[in-house]
Design a protein around this ligand. Structure first.
Ligand code: UDX
Length: 434
């Protein structure tokens, strides 16, 4: 199949590279000339494990190319994916669809022969109808079908998620489009993921419902963790105890400083807005968003409490800034709220993250950036594990303790064991455990 991918961001680049690896011929198009120039040189605009090798291999095999010239790529394509950003619109939380609709307009002008136009961007219910209307209005003669095919990949595990998905959701009522989509995903047959064919609107809502449900699961266990701390229970065991029930499932029950990232915060807000607009409010999701926002600030208070109630003039070292490991993404990272609170209370905040410091520098001007975890801990009055990068899982704790001013560790990801840490002489605070 000949595929054009509009948008060489996270979803577009990973999907484009993976489709090419399946054997399709893929052209990734982006309006950002600098980004395309970097990609042509083999430089990745994002940090995603394995992506550079996958891109290089498929460029070498001439199955993957990058261009700004949409008009050269769309006419020969069997399928054109729209994978552009849908950020939260300032003010009302509604997904900003201007990039999606601009893409639809440009595609319309270039369509030749039967073409399937697929929305991979996360869009509110009914956006596919609008894409269809835009193209139909500009090109009444064009032969096309608009399909919804949301992406469920996680940053840091995006290639694996793309190649071994739990399911592929495809929203279309058009039999020809269904055949094209089946052919595009045929290489997945070996792994036998269900291809779920449904209506376009159902597919659009499924993406939001999935992300809102996962955000709810995380927020639920985080609140249970708070209760565990009050009643002397262990949230790790509670999570395991409920997660072994197949109806609940063990995933996304890991406690932490609250969810962040490019999807959950944006998609929960957008779903709330859709519900309000249709007089069908999603009160559970509204509460999840409020609880998660409050939690990020509460984590700073946890650090302050561990420091004896005040951090003014104290050196606090943060290990990890990205919203989760294996990404350099700082979007809605809990570290942003934690740093703002600690610095606001007069702390001297130092931080180290293996990948996100370049991004973090401009977002956190008050922070001093360290060379590594040990540099970050040296002379600190408290060390806070904010993101559970592998390099923080087996630190030389003797060395850390010896270099700190006070051996206080606040572990917001429950990486270490309380009994071990106490035995080693740390004042150790974690989440939802004694
Ligand atoms: C998410 C969805 O998982 C993915 O299907 C969707 O397409 C995009 O949004 P992503 O944002 O990359 O992916 O990361 P994910 O691994 O889901 O984590 C999101 C946030 O939740 C992170 O801040 C993470 O630390 C937090 N989280 C996740 C927890 O606090 N506990 C968990 O058990 C799982």
């Amino acid at each position: 199949m000949n595929i054009t991918m509009i948008g060489a961001g996270y979803v577009g680049l990973v999907s484009g590279a993976c489709f090419a690896d399946f054997g399709h011929i893929v052209t990734c198009v982006d309006t950002d000339e600098g980004k395309i120039a970097r990609l042509v040189r083999g430089e990745m605009p994002i940090f995603e494990p394995g992506l550079d090798e996958l891109v290089a291999a498929n460029v070498r095999e001439k199955r993957l190319a990058f261009t700004t010239a949409l008009e050269a790529s769309v006419p020969g394509a069997d399928a054109v994916f729209i994978a552009v950003g849908t950020p939260s619109r300032r003010g009302d939380g509604f997904a900003d669809l201007s990039f999606v609709y601009a893409g639809a307009q440009k595609i319309a002008a270039c369509l030749e022969g039967f073409t399937v136009v697929i929305n991979k961007s996360t869009v509110p219910v009914g956006a596919g109808d609008e894409v269809e209307r835009i193209i139909r209005e500009l090109r009444p003669d064009a032969d096309f079908a608009v399909v919804s095919n949301p992406e469920f990949l996680r940053e840091g595990a995006a290639i694996e998620d793309f190649k071994r998905p739990d399911r592929v959701v495809i929203g279309t009522d058009d039999p020809r489009a269904r055949d094209v989509m089946s052919e595009i995903y045929r290489p997945l047959n070996l792994n036998q993921p269900p291809l779920l064919f449904t209506s376009r609107r159902t597919s659009e809502l499924t993406k939001y419902a999935a992300n809102a449900f996962l955000a709810t699961k995380i927020t639920f266990i985080n609140e249970v963790a708070d209760l565990c701390e009050k009643v002397g229970a262990d949230v790790q065991d509670v999570a395991r105890g409920i997660g072994l029930d197949k109806r609940i499932g063990g995933k996304f029950l890991h406690v932490g400083p609250g969810y962040g990232g490019s999807c959950f915060p944006k998609d929960t807000l957008a779903l709330i807005k859709i519900g309000q607009d249709h007089s069908s409010p999603l009160r559970i999701v509204e509460t999840v968003v409020a609880v998660n926002d409050a939690r990020k600030r509460a984590m700073a208070r946890k650090v302050i409490a561990a420091c004896g109630g005040a951090v003014r003039g104290k050196k606090i070292g943060l290990l990890g800034l990205a919203f989760k490991p294996n990404t350099d993404d700082m979007r809605d990272a809990p570290s942003l709220a934690i740093v703002a609170s600690l610095a606001g209370d007069g702390a001297d905040v130092h931080a180290y993250d293996p990948e996100s410091m370049a991004q973090a520098r401009s977002l956190m001007p008050e922070v001093t950036f360290a060379e590594n975890a040990y540099d970050c801990a040296a002379g600190a009055d408290a060390l806070v594990i904010v993101t559970e990068w592998d390099v923080f899982r087996a630190l030389d704790l003797e060395r850390i303790k010896g270099s700190m001013r006070a051996p206080v560790v606040v572990d917001l990801r429950n990486v270490y064991r309380p009994a071990d840490m106490r035995k080693r002489g740390f004042a150790y605070v974690s989440v939802g455990r004694e």
